[in-house]
Design a protein around this ligand. Structure first.
Ligand SMILES: O=P(O)(O)OC[C@H]1O[C@H](O[C@H]2O[C@H](CO)[C@@H](O)[C@H](O)[C@H]2O)[C@H](O)[C@@H](O)[C@@H]1O
Length: 268
């Protein structure tokens, strides 16, 4: 039987699925969590995967080489949402944490920053307006203004001042400013490493930090023209335009992601 030719950009989705189905054992699927697998909620603690997501991820993992979630959430949070999944790999805190052989492995260079991050979260709670939600994640602090958009500028300013004073990094996102240790790790680096031996990879993202992951797919294609990278954006009113413009296609919502995968699985 003739092999499906490598699809070129701009990608036809039918061709991308045909190529993926033919190269399942060399293909990895990466997913961001918030806004991609889970609908956005005002309270970050309340977010849950869309109902059909866990089942479709587990099914996908039976036909491709690897399925992984690459999130800014801690691994402990991801495990609480996907406890039944056995075949899906988890990267937390932009790859500073990884779930490996039953335990969380943390990037050693980040560990000395735990006390500073705890102290920063405390200070954010006292110095920022009470309706700014402070999410402490052990190795980063996210300052949310989704329910208090009038404080966006103040949160941005406070975050940048702290970053400058303490030598931290700032990651912008959807109604959130996140402060991270100055350790070289991001979603792009996770993907660069993750696709080293892959023939094909898909990445689904909705936020600014996901654009680095899309870039990593493009970079891999540039050095290996046989590699196929498919960048999928998930629409949203905040970062949607920017993320979509860097992607091969855009899906409407986490439910649409699950439907898209369910449909794609019929090709295998
Ligand atoms: O990389 P991700 O897994 O997508 O994490 C990015 C941020 O996601 C979360 O915040 C976002 O989702 C919240 C729940 O839906 C929403 O309330 C918030 O406005 C969004 O920015 C998470 O809470 C953050 O820590 C992550 O940085």
């Amino acid at each position: 039987m003739a092999q499906t030719p490598r699809p070129n950009h701009p990608l036809s989705i039918a061709d991308a699925w045909a190529f993926t189905a033919e190269h399942g054992p060399q293909t990895t699927f990466f997913f961001d969590f918030d806004g991609v697998l889970s609908p956005v909620t005002d309270d970050p603690d309340a977010s849950q995967p869309a109902p059909s997501v866990p089942g479709v991820l587990e099914k996908l993992a039976t036909v491709v080489q690897r399925v992984a979630i690459v999130s800014a959430r801690p691994v402990s949070f991801l495990r609480s949402r996907f406890s039944a999944l056995e075949r899906v790999d988890l990267y937390g805190l932009y790859g500073l944490e990884v779930w490996h052989e039953g335990e969380v492995v943390t990037e050693p260079a980040a560990l000395p920053w735990v006390p500073a991050m705890a102290e920063l979260a405390e200070r954010a709670r006292t110095e920022l307006p009470g309706d700014v939600l402070v999410e402490y994640k052990r190795l980063s602090v996210a300052l949310h203004y989704r329910t208090a958009p009038q404080h966006a500028a103040a949160v941005e300013r406070w975050g940048h001042e702290q970053a400058e004073r303490q030598g931290l990094r700032v990651q912008g996102g959807r109604m959130v400013v996140e402060l991270k240790p100055p350790v070289d790790q991001d979603k792009g680096m996770v993907i660069t490493e993750g696709v080293r031996n892959a023939g094909c990879a898909w990445y689904f993202g909705d936020d600014m930090s996901d654009i680095k992951a899309f870039d990593a797919l493009r970079a891999r294609e540039a050095v290996d023209p046989s590699f196929v990278g498919v960048a999928v954006a998930v629409a949203n009113p905040e970062t949607g335009a920017e993320v979509s413009s860097a992607a091969d296609l855009t899906l409407e919502s986490p439910d649409a992601v699950a439907e898209f995968l369910t449909e794609g699985l019929r090709r295998f």
